[in-house]
Design a protein around this ligand. Structure first.
Ligand SMILES: Nc1ncnc2c1ncn2[C@@H]1O[C@H](COP(=O)(O)OP(=O)(O)OP(=O)(O)O)[C@@H](O)[C@H]1O
Ligand SMILES: [Mg+2]
Length: 387
């Protein structure tokens, strides 16, 4: 297990910065995921940490070793950093069989023959490939090849392993199984893991901590549940799967709860604020389709809206609805387990829905904070009334 400390990490390609002054500490034994869209700098971060890329400026420490310090021209190359890497493309040596692929880093580390054979067998057992040691790696399925890559990365017992979208080439069921295996191996071999993906579900299920990046900077850093429940920007909310992100203005605040009137509509929704909120602030109210519920016709009040179902998508366990209300398109997910078969909303029907105020988030866009008196007088009971 190795602690990683990154400060001021910048990587420029020509004039363009792929990473900009990144600061980051990863505790030893942590499983951290870098999440973000294509081009945001995930691979560049990993490559700088692994020693495959020379940063333009900054400092990286691993355990008690400084591996990069551009001010002192320190640069420890990849093979001297005691790190493991797993790539999307597997990157196995095609001319070697399974055993020899896994044994290779142990040879490099000069582990003697007998111990080497034991360690290889232990790794093949750990990834469920005990019987395939003699198989050429070219004669394996994608999932099996990825398990060889995992075994190889772990064989030399590195203190830290970097994973760059290791499961992207696998089908969804295998991806889930392999993800679980990656996490189990992380726990069993007590490594520190830095994992890159652009799949938010994978990030949530595997990680202790998720770091969301955008254009070479960190935009949010927290536990999976923080990222899932309390995105701090519309960008992160969108990335974490909030299907409804509606621009508006804060019209009431009480403690951590705020009411937002959605632009150009009469809709007022209540949600938890992710920062300081004051009446008059521009803000987005964001909620997941699953956090808006069908409710009895005639229900009214903050967070309720009536709308026409424009489209339904049947998913089996749920039906996704596109609902138009006061001109606004909104996405709602109705769980079939909670509805009798004939109560499932159909296109063309009008229904009433309620947004769960404990699950919606109010993301303030601008900071100006008027005096408390200003906004407390504008409070309506509806904001704080228990529902
Ligand atoms: N060798 C290179 N030369 C020039 N630009 C590069 C190079 N490598 C990466 N970049 C640029 O740096 C930025 C970050 O790239 P990076 O590969 O880190 O993104 P990523 O987050 O891993 O994306 P993806 O999800 O597509 O893998 C991109 O704009 C990319 O075009
Ligand atoms: Mg990448």
């Amino acid at each position: 297990m190795t602690e990683v400390q990154v400060s001021g990490l910048t990587k420029k390609y020509g004039a363009k910065a792929a990473l900009h002054e990144l600061d980051l500490t990863i505790a030893s034994g942590q499983f951290v995921t870098l999440l973000g869209p294509s081009g945001c700098g995930k691979t560049t971060t990993l490559r700088c940490l692994a020693g495959l890329e020379r940063p333009t400026s900054g400092r990286i420490a691993m355990g008690d070793r400084i591996v990069v310090d551009t001010a002192r021209r320190t640069f420890v190359p990849a093979d001297k950093r005691r790190v493991g890497m797993v790539f999307q493309s597997y990157a196995l040596w095609p001319h070697l069989n399974v055993t020899d692929n896994v044994a290779y880093p142990l040879k490099v580390a000069r582990i003697p023959g007998r111990e080497r054979a034991q360690r290889v067998q232990e790794m093949l057992d750990a990834v469920g490939l005990s019987d395939l040691g003699k198989r050429p790696v070219t004669a394996l399925s994608g999932g099996q090849q990825q398990r060889v890559a995992l075994a190889r990365a772990l064989a030399a017992r590195p203190g830290i392993i970097f994973y760059d979208e290791p499961l992207s080439n696998l089908d969804s069921k295998l991806r889930y199984q392999m993800g679980q295996q990656v996490r189990a191996l992380h726990n069993r071999f007590e490594t520190t893991s830095v994992y890159v993906t652009h799949d938010q579900e994978e990030a949530i299920t595997l990680s202790d901590r998720i770091i969301v990046m955008n254009e070479g900077v960190i935009v949010q850093d927290g536990t999976p549940s923080t990222l899932y429940d309390r995105p701090n920007s519309a960008y992160v909310a969108d990335f974490m799967g909030f299907q409804n992100i509606l621009p508006g203005t804060v019209v009431g605040v009480r403690g951590k709860t705020a009411e937002v009137r959605v632009d150009d509509t009469s809709h007022v929704f209540s949600g938890i604020t992710t920062g300081e909120a004051s009446v008059g602030n521009r803000a987005d109210i964001a909620f997941r389709a699953a956090h808006a519920r069908l409710c009895p016709a005639g229900s009214t009040g903050t967070g309720k809206f009536r709308g026409t179902v424009e489209r339904t998508t049947y998913l089996g366990s749920a039906v996704n609805l596109l609902v138009r209300s006061d001109g606004l398109p909104m996405r709602v997910r109705a769980e079939t387990a909670e509805l009798s078969a004939d109560a499932v909303p159909a296109a063309g029907e009008e229904h009433t829905f309620a947004v769960n105020p404990d699950r919606a988030v109010v993301i303030v866009r601008e900071g100006a904070t008027p005096a408390a008196d200003d906004y407390l007088t504008t409070m309506t009971d509806a904001v704080v009334a228990p529902r």
